[in-house]
Design a protein around this ligand. Structure first.
Ligand code: 6PG
Length: 267
């Protein structure tokens, strides 16, 4: 009896360790931004290949994913993506019209989606609402309708892949350090009245628990400009980008220019 209880205790403990290990981001270093974008494309393709049903990919904004988007629309990948089975969402949006060059989904659409994805499979955050809060509510409803529930089940992730970037202040999506939205655990999507860094336009962002609901969260962090913030993150700084974790795998794809000096010799 006691032996069985001990074995059960060990199993529980092992589970805890496995869960903890799975939550740790995996750091992958690539030679440069081009190699990093190619590695990201391969990871996205692997997640697509792993799902024979309906696939959901959550894109991100900023400049970091642009090369990846070009690759996904290029001859090398475009023919391999089962467009009829893939749905494209966005993790955060600048509250500007779709015609504005700052609009994140508009960049993804122009770069690869409009030429390839069925129109009904592209799910932008609507920015025609009266306020970022209303836009957030509308997008939450859209995500919940797609998922088929208002409650996220960790055994059935919402997304196959969530792409992410890191800002100079450690923000990710539009979740800024010290802002109340980073602590949100109830709502799926929030309005962010002002940004902490440029562009200083209101934002709409998915919250941490919703971003976590994925098989893989994939950060792209490239260029010397990212070295300072990556140094803080790798040294254990508690910032939105380090709090954003997938229930599945979290990967930080980094290039050598972004890697802090102290980590270079080790790779
Ligand atoms: C946005 C974002 C944001 C971005 C980071 C990194 O709308 O601005 O989605 O979180 O990913 O700020 O931006 P860069 O890729 O431009 O460095």
């Amino acid at each position: 009896m006691r032996r069985r209880a001990a074995a059960a205790g060990r199993a529980k403990l092992a589970e805890v360790f496995v869960t903890a290990a799975a939550l740790q981001p995996k750091l992958i270093v690539e030679a440069d931004a081009e190699a990093l974008a190619r590695a990201a494309a391969e990871r996205v393709m692997a997640r697509i290949a792993a799902n024979s049903g309906r696939i959901a990919i959550c894109l991100t904004g900023g400049s970091s994913p642009k090369r990846l988007y070009q690759l996904l629309g290029s001859e090398a990948y475009q023919g391999k993506i089962p467009w009829q089975r893939v749905h494209w969402f966005i993790g955060d949006e600048r509250f500007v019209p779709e015609s504005d060059p700052l609009n994140n989904m508009a960049v993804a659409r122009a770069t690869f989606l409009d030429r390839n994805a069925p129109a009904g499979h592209v799910h932008p955050i609507p920015t025609t609402a009266d306020s970022p809060d209303q836009s957030a509510e509308a997008y939450a409803r859209e995500l919940q309708a797609f998922y088929g529930s208002k409650d996220l089940d960790p055994r059935r992730p919402l997304f196959d892949v969530v792409l992410m970037g890191v800002g100079p202040d450690g923000h990710t999506a539009s979740l800024f350090p010290g802002f109340p939205e980073i602590e949100e655990t109830g709502r799926w999507v929030v309005g962010v009245p002002k940004a902490n860094v440029a562009p200083f336009v209101p934002r709409v962002s998915l919250t941490l628990p919703v971003l976590a609901s994925c098989h893989e969260m994939l950060f792209e962090i490239a260029g010397h400009d990212k070295q300072a913030i990556l140094t803080r993150l790798l040294n254990g700084g508690t910032l939105p980008a380090s709090r954003a974790r997938s229930h599945g795998e979290t990967v930080w794809l980094v290039d050598r220019a972004a890697l802090p000096e102290e980590f270079r010799g080790r790779r």
